[in-house]
Ligand binder design. Structure first.
Ligand code: GFB
Length: 312
């Protein structure tokens, strides 16, 4: 599908990790009619405000990168907020995209939608074949509802709504708050601050044994724009990198990048979460897309971004 350069493209969540990368990628490709609203300009929890926005702006293409997101601790301690806010945000955006006859919509989910103990790598068809990981069950249930909503609008109304499931993301505009962040930005901040203060050790959470796959947000953005142009099916599609490491290996990579000379200690009172989460990305690779940023290079880029980010 060819998308004209002056198409009205709305990126929901354009200031966040995924949304800002999608925005930059669209600009890089020459799209010149992008629409974005900050949280203070448009409250996505407010269905009347979202309806008015769609009526006024009439977007033709919609990327849903807006969501309440967080790392393992935020997910485990705020389940109601993760379930309620994500359902509300995606319901408002998907339903109003239908009402205002958006040409195409891409909904972003998460690899935590898969059963905790599903076979690895995770194929798309493993959805709803077993119990979810408890630390992020509410977030996962909301994301599964979003996939189903896109499929249901396609089935009932013929809407061209697709869904993509990214693996663990990192990159520019990440959240570096130690309580609510994902592991990679959390470790960047911890090792950086420990280096500056001359601390003897950095404390990481859990056992360090879980395996995680990491994808740079700029790679995700390329995949999202690629899918918007080239994919129009009901089945959601995984977006992974194949770059899988243990959390211990990740900590050592971040430590080496930042140059922290001290030790790493493990706080096993903190949860490990799911033991392994590696996506099978063969469906997307078969369409002709490949990631470009290695984990080592990506961590270096992310650290550069962190150094430019004002402390919060
Ligand atoms: O990235 P993360 O918070 O979430 O944690 P999940 C991944 C692993 O890193 C866990 C460990 O085993 C953590 O215990 N870890 C070690 C740390 N040190 C730290 C630290 O300083 N901060 C953090 N945050 N973790 C999330 C889900 O799961 O994955 C979300 O909660 C979402 O729903 C996201 O799906 C992609 O990878 O376990």
């Amino acid at each position: 599908m060819e998308i004209v350069k002056n198409a009205r493209i709305y990126v929901a969540g354009h200031r966040g990790l995924a949304g800002s990368a999608i925005w930059r990628e669209l600009e890089r490709q020459g799209f010149n009619n992008l629409i974005g609203r900050t949280r203070s300009e448009l409250n996505l929890l407010d269905s009347v405000a979202v309806q008015k926005f769609f009526t006024a702006e009439k977007p033709e293409y919609v990327f849903i990168a807006a969501a309440k997101v967080g790392g393992i601790l935020a997910n485990a301690t705020q389940p109601a907020s993760f379930l309620f806010e994500n359902l509300q945000i995606q319901n408002n955006l998907i339903h109003n995209s239908h009402i205002s006859a958006v040409k195409k919509l891409l909904f972003l989910g998460s690899s935590c939608i898969f059963p905790k103990l599903a076979p690895q790598p995770l194929k798309e068809e493993y959805l709803l074949t077993g119990p979810l990981e408890p630390t992020n069950e509410c977030y996962a249930v909301a994301k599964i509802a979003g996939i189903k909503l896109c499929q249901a609008y396609r089935q009932q109304y013929g809407s061209d709504f697709i869904s993509a499931m990214p693996t663990n993301l990192y990159g520019a505009n990440d959240n570096y708050n130690l309580e609510t962040s994902h592991v990679l930005p959390g470790l960047i901040r911890k090792f950086h601050e420990a280096k500056l203060s001359g601390a003897a050790a950095v404390t990481c959470w859990g056992t360090g044994k879980p395996l995680r796959e990491f994808l740079h947000a700029d790679d995700l953005a390329r995949a999202c724009v690629f899918l918007m142009k080239n994919y129009s099916q009901s089945d959601f599609i995984n977006v992974g990198s194949g770059q899988e490491v243990t959390i211990r290996q990740l900590a050592e990579l971040v430590q080496a990048t930042i140059g922290f000379p001290g030790e790493i200690v493990w706080d096993t009172t903190k949860p490990d979460g799911t033991p392994r989460k590696l996506l099978d990305t063969s469906r997307l690779f078969a369409l002709g897309w490949k990631p470009e940023i290695s984990l080592e290079n990506g961590i270096r880029l992310a650290y550069e971004d962190f150094l430019k980010t004002p402390a919060k």
